[in-house]
Design a protein around this ligand. Sequence first.
Ligand code: KG4
Ligand code: ZN
Length: 344
Amino acid sequence: MNLLAIESSCDECSAAVLQDGTLKSVVISSQLVHSEYGGVVPELASRAHMELIVPVVEEGLRKASVSKDDVDAVAVTYGPGLAGSLIVGISFAKAFASSKGIPVVGVNHMEGHLYSAFLEDKKPEFPFIALVVSGGHTMLIHVKEPFSHELLGQTRDDAAGEAFDKVAKLLGLGYPGGPVIDKLAKEGNPKAFNFPRAFMPKNANGEDGDSFEFSFSGIKTSVLYLLRDLKYSPEKRDEKLVKDICASFQAAVVDVLVAKTVSAARRFNVNSIAVAGGVAANRGLREALQSAASSIDAKVVFPRSLYCTDNAAMIGIAAHFKYRKFGMVSDLTLKPTPNLALSF
Ligand code: KG4
Ligand code: ZN
């Protein structure tokens, strides 16, 4: 069974081919046009998807050595995301599927992130705790079995990746902020500044009503006040200061993510953890969670960086789990759903 998967919810235009649930190819075209604006410009994103979708799909099929006629189903992200960007992927998927008489499977982008760890050889084991940390979401989920999810908590304000992007913008480091902060943090002192850690579990078992909720806007505001007090100017920046701020900011975010994930694993007596979403590429998070998880005998799966940020391979693997559980349900009425929630 050859599955063509498409992802176009934000600024990555991507296609992947899976054969019976095994990844054969993935092509990701990142739209560089947004970097000079400090964030994704929706109008530019949808226009770029229009130009990229055909060559990206053709390259994906070519790399997998699968012809258009040999595709058995198309999976596509239908939300959450930018309406104009989603429309391009969905319209392409529907047109392709109806011209070939094959089914279309709509996939929730967050379910894609959630199942992305299954693209690796070393896979999570059910039940597992998933930490999904992207530019738009921060969620802790108890995944009891395929497509049986319990949302334990999520952010009340900024997502973790959004905090990285906003702090990078304050420091004048460009967009996206995560990778550059990650790099600079390596050379800075994580104890130089004490940024707030919100809703930390009150005890090691996470026994606190709020303990699985997140909030990152306080850290960002704290960085803003620090920069104002220091009369910081991105044009005349002190490299050591920037590295120390990056290291201290990243340490605060990582402390919260690690404490809550480990406390969720303990609370639900689960020894498998999967981390996904763009922030899962963070070096500091990977190191700290790996070591905290080993202290409770839990195993953590971090997908490789390529599968952490938006890509169509994760949409394909989520579609695979979806139709294995619910059967192949084609939906040509699929429409973009920008605020689509995760199914529970
Ligand atoms: O999952 P993703 O590609 O897109 C969304 O669905 O949002 O995540 C993008 C986010 C951005 O906020 C970016 O700054 C962040 O992931 N990110 C990182 C790293 N690489 C990407 N954050 C921290 N450390 C990184 N190495
Ligand atoms: Zn994403």
